[in-house]
Design a protein around this ligand. Structure first.
Ligand SMILES: C[S@@+](CC[C@H](N)C(=O)[O-])C[C@H]1O[C@@H](n2cnc3c(N)ncnc32)[C@H](O)[C@@H]1O
Length: 246
């Protein structure tokens, strides 16, 4: 759909959404779109349009491209301590590079995005190139690889995972992270974002600890859990409250 078609379709879409979700929810949804457009413009990136999994030709365990919302990623980074020039960020399934760019606004020593699709890797690299003047992280790399076979570099200290894959692929990724810690024991923070209502598979890993939920600052429909792994140098947070904070 081109921009003109989107504008023509907008009133009808809005009316349908109001009848399905109510006025308040629709207002927040509309606002989040306006805010997203502003952030894209201010960072000079284009990460908004989704890429359906059918177009990528993956097996059913791997998901297509749908970026984390700006509001949700920001709310996470507000709660996470980044050690300037020390921490190294890794995004599993970086797609067009939104989370990678948003992380690189912070003073990570380096940031890595792993992405299965060659086309999406190219888009991510273009986005990084366009945003680079606004970023504080001096070294950003996009690796075209299957996450399940990607060996986690020994210096990675923060991992972001948003709805990229499930099943055996996710299990293999979790095992890669565990092996990396076993080989090179260091404090590691795992940021695990998942659509609301989905099962948190990390809760079953006995080598992850300090589980906490990052409250949403705004309507997003994305639950975020943060875990610690490896050496206990970071703060260990209280266990999750019985009711999620919203
Ligand atoms: C939900 S999007 C996440 C986008 C990104 N993390 C962000 O928030 O901006 C999932 C991404 O994972 C990628 N992906 C799916 N399976 C993968 C795999 N096995 N290895 C690497 N990337 C994968 C998809 O191509 C897609 O870009």
């Amino acid at each position: 759909m081109n921009t003109a078609q989107k504008i023509i379709a907008a009133p009808r879409k809005s009316i349908c959404r109001i009848s399905d979700h109510g006025l308040w929810d629709t207002t927040k949804w509309a606002w989040s779109h306006v805010a997203a457009r502003y952030r894209e413009w201010s960072l000079n990136i284009e990460t908004e349009s989704w890429v359906d999994v059918d177009k990528l030709g993956y097996d059913p365990e791997c998901h297509g491209y749908k970026p984390i919302t700006f509001a949700r990623f920001d709310s996470v980074m507000k709660e996470i301590e980044v050690k300037p020039g020390e921490d190294v960020f890794l995004d599993y399934g970086c797609g067009k590079g939104r989370a990678l760019v948003l992380a690189s606004v912070h003073p990570f020593r380096r940031a890595i995005g792993v992405e299965l699709s060659t086309e999406l890797c190219d888009v991510a690299r273009e986005n990084i190139g366009r945003a680079v003047r606004r970023l504080r992280c001096p070294a950003i790399e996009v690796v075209n690889a299957d996450a399940s076979r990607y060996e986690v570099p020994a210096d990675v200290t923060m991992i972001f995972l948003w709805n990229s894959f499930v099943g055996q692929t996710l299990a293999m990724v979790v095992e890669q992270i565990r092996k990396s810690i076993e080989k090179n024991n260091r404090p590691l923070t795992l940021i695990y974002a998942l659509p609301q209502g989905e099962k948190d598979v990390m809760a079953e890993c006995d080598w992850l600890y300090g589980r906490r939920q990052i409250p949403a600052s705004f309507w997003t429909g994305i639950d975020v859990f943060v875990y610690q792994a490896g050496k206990t140098e970071r703060t260990v947070y209280q266990p999750l409250q019985s009711e999620p904070v919203r």
